[in-house]
Design a protein around this ligand. Structure first.
Ligand SMILES: Nc1ncnc2c1ncn2[C@@H]1O[C@H](COP(=O)(O)OP(=O)(O)OP(=O)(O)O)[C@@H](O)[C@H]1O
Ligand SMILES: [Mg+2]
Length: 266
């Protein structure tokens, strides 16, 4: 399908002299499912802002490639969910926040209304639609922010920790919505928990803001030394089966581990 985002030699230094990204070169292919993992302060959100076109890097380039030659049109199709829902919700009501993206992109009134109803039902927001976003609980705000970014069906989703504040039930709903999304997904997260369920490819941002690893999900998540060296905890199932099973057989999720154990006891 070809690349959608091509970033070369990205370095970003904040005005106070903090270097958050160091020489990051990464290509995101259309339809790919990528997780960007790294410790707190490693530079994930900075990378998201730069790839999403919200922050101009101090060095390097980001190119948007699409079926259309118009880079601006491609950028309009980016859904950039910021880490803090308060930075994402800015309208008078939750409904207006969810309708904002569809309206900006010229979706018909009828299609937008249907989209809002669908997402509100999926994310348990129906009784909250007429409330100001600042009068929501933390998890409700996160659900409203996720609904707002999914509402305009962006071709490329750049999601910064979309599960941090939600309970187990809504985590599953958001996972389903994200995995069911037709398009490219890049998830930025400090924990590996949702990574095997969402991603095929994993990028590790090192504590110095450079890319410490970039590879298939199994290769990265079973490399416990790499993960620990970069301030990350390997998946619980990898910790459990490390040294017991071959790397190729180590389960990455609880359901894989269960299937393995059931197989053994049969
Ligand atoms: N506006 C800013 N001004 C100065 N430094 C900043 C600013 N925003 C972030 N930083 C610094 O840049 C580095 C990378 O921050 P960033 O927010 O990208 O990390 P992160 O990987 O997203 O962390 P977390 O897991 O906590 O979300 C950190 O050292 C942080 O303190
Ligand atoms: Mg962050």
């Amino acid at each position: 399908m070809g690349p959608v985002i091509e970033a070369r030699g990205l370095t970003h230094e904040y005005p106070d002299g903090t270097t958050a990204l160091r020489d990051v070169t990464v290509t995101i292919e259309a339809g790919e499912r990528v997780a960007v993992i790294g410790a707190n302060g490693s530079g994930k959100s900075t990378l998201q802002h730069v790839l999403g076109g919200l922050v101009e890097p101090t060095a390097g380039t980001v190119e948007y490639v699409g079926e259309t030659a118009d880079a601006e049109a491609v950028r309009d199709r980016l859904g950039v969910l910021l880490q803090d829902p308060d930075d994402y919700l800015f309208n008078t009501t939750v409904r207006e926040d969810i309708e904002y993206g569809p309206a900006q992109l010229g979706m018909s009134r009828q299609a937008a209304t249907q989209r809002v109803a669908h997402l509100a039902a999926e994310l348990g927001l129906e009784s909250l639609l007429d409330r100001p976003p600042f009068r929501l609980s933390g998890g409700e705000k996160q659900r409203a922010a996720v609904a707002s970014v999914l509402a305009f069906e962006p071709a490329v989703l750049l999601l910064d920790e979309p599960f941090g504040a939600v309970d187990a039930g809504y985590r599953e709903r958001i996972l389903e919505l994200v995995t069911g999304h037709e398009g490219t997904v890049v998830l930025f997260t400090p924990s590996v928990d949702a990574v095997p369920e969402i991603a095929d490819r994993v990028l590790v941002v090192g504590q110095d803001g450079s890319i410490a690893a970039d590879g298939p999900v199994r290769d990265v998540l079973t490399d416990t030394t790499l993960l620990r060296d970069n301030g990350l905890r390997p998946p619980a199932t990898v910790q459990l089966f490390e040294g017991i099973l071959d790397v190729d057989d180590v389960p990455l999720t609880v359901s894989e581990a269960r299937a393995h154990l059931l197989d053994q006891t049969r």
